[in-house]
Design a protein around this ligand. Structure first.
Ligand SMILES: *Cc1c(COP(=O)(O)O)cnc(C)c1O
Length: 430
């Protein structure tokens, strides 16, 4: 008999309902404030004009469970869900830790990151509501790739804005998206008013997720029949990504164990939130589990930012939400973890941090990338630069278990594959 390191679920075992964290927290979360009226002439909420209704309804829903439409499930299975949970036995040996380390393999989805899970759901609702196209921003390009593919599945046009510095570092993500017919431009964009203003002030502006959101919203307001979508931050994205944690729960049930620590990298908070939120009820009732978010010290919001209202975009089109922020005009340093270069995060993650329900660790790029290198050497998988921060935190936890002789079950989320990020690893490590 050969031993299998994966705990797998069959297609028939895919969870068929999303978990909605708002069932537990709706009355505790601070409201969002209306957008900045300097930027927009009308007083109606911009988001309700440009987002699909189904997603806005999910944002408001307080039902504990939301049914996943059958057609979404079929496409999720096609792109690789449910994903395996694997035990990192070689890494455990290397660290000489009594802890067991498990990792959730979102790197195996066909576009190489977990983002595809919400992209499929969002594109489905757009098609359903008669939109002909979608428009969005993308940080490092993983969300762009996911949305480009999901748009193809549902026959929608796809327009993307990607931060200038990430676009230069990661040209392959643009090539992939272009193969699928998506139109991807750099942000700040010469095609938008906000982009031109930024470029007039800083001709070499590196761009960020914040500038790309502003470009995308301005463009969406201009075009007919295009929906504006987000790859992170919003409640509906966290609801769709709850599949990650729900799968992990089923996987631990199969081995009759349970996790003691859940770890994921954090930017907008969707892979971290997706992993931990199905466990929130149990945490609030028994305090039997630790949740640790790993962030980049290029945008250390949870460890150094302040908890206050801010816009998620540069121009102020988005409603102000209360979360940990570096300030919406913060320009993150140009590093290789494009997906973590965001000035603020989701209000739910902010609330959980402010109430000490989650913990956070920030890593510099060299530390995180070295952890990824150890993981490659031991487990044979090169993770995305973003995910390397989760690996670094998991290693810290495993070493803490070694010091205290604790046999914990540590789980980290491998949010993406790093094979399109070799240039970044080259520049930092070689
Ligand atoms: C987008 C992305 C992230 C960060 O986004 P969150 O919303 O914080 O999860 C992390 N890892 C990968 C691979 C990504 O594509």
């Amino acid at each position: 008999m050969h031993k299998n390191f994966d705990i797998t679920l069959t297609a028939n075992e895919i969870p068929t309902k999303w978990y909605n964290f708002r069932y537990l927290l709706a009355d505790k979360l601070p409201n969002s404030l209306n957008y900045n009226s300097d930027v927009c002439s009308s007083q109606t909420d911009i988001m309700s004009a440009i987002r699909p209704k189904a997603l806005l309804n999910q944002d408001k829903s307080t039902n504990e469970w939301i049914d996943i439409p059958e057609e979404i499930l079929t496409n999720l299975i096609k792109i690789g869900r449910p994903t395996p949970l694997r035990r990192a036995v070689n890494l455990e040996k290397y660290l000489d830790t009594p802890a067991k380390i498990y990792f959730k393999r979102e790197d195996v989805l066909t576009t190489g990151s977990f983002k595809l899970t919400t992209a499929i759901a969002q594109a489905y609702y757009c098609k359903n509501e008669g939109y002909t196209g979608v428009i969005s921003e993308t940080g490092a390009g993983q969300w762009g790739m996911a949305l480009a593919l999901a748009s193809k599945f549902y026959d929608l046009d796809c327009k993307l804005f990607m931060s200038n510095c990430s676009l230069k570092q990661k040209p392959y993500r643009k090539i992939y998206s272009s193969l699928l017919g998506a139109d991807l431009s750099s942000s700040p964009s010469i095609d938008t008013k906000i982009g031109r203003n930024l470029l007039a002030k800083h001709p070499n502006h590196p761009g960020s997720i914040g500038t790309a959101i502003s470009d995308a919203i301005e463009k969406c307001l201009e075009l007919d029949n295009f929906a504006y979508l987000s790859g992170s931050n919003t409640p509906h994205v966290l609801i769709h990504q709850s599949l990650l944690g729900l799968e992990v729960q089923k996987q631990f049930d199969k081995i009759s164990e349970s996790p003691d620590e859940l770890i994921a990298c954090v930017s907008g908070g969707s892979n971290f939130g997706g992993l931990i939120l199905p466990y929130l009820k149990s945490k609030l009732e028994n305090n039997n589990i630790r949740f640790i978010g790993a962030e980049s010290n290029a945008a250390p919001r949870l460890t150094e930012g302040i908890y206050e209202y801010d816009n998620s975009d540069f121009a102020g089109y988005t409603p102000k939400v209360k979360s940990y922020t570096m300030g919406h005009d913060f320009i993150p340093s140009e590093n290789h973890v494009g997906g973590l270069r965001q000035h603020n995060g989701s209000p739910i993650i902010g609330y959980l941090k402010n109430n000490n329900i989650i913990e956070a660790q920030a890593h510099d790029e060299v530390t995180a990338f070295k952890a990824a290198q150890v993981f490659l050497e031991t487990e044979g998988i090169l993770v995305a630069p973003e995910s390397s921060h989760a690996v670094a935190t998991a290693i810290n936890s495993a070493l803490e278990c070694k010091k205290n002789n604790q046999k914990k079950n540590i789980v980290f989320l491998c949010s993406g594959n790093g094979l399109l990020d070799l240039e970044g690893y080259n520049e930092v490590l070689l």
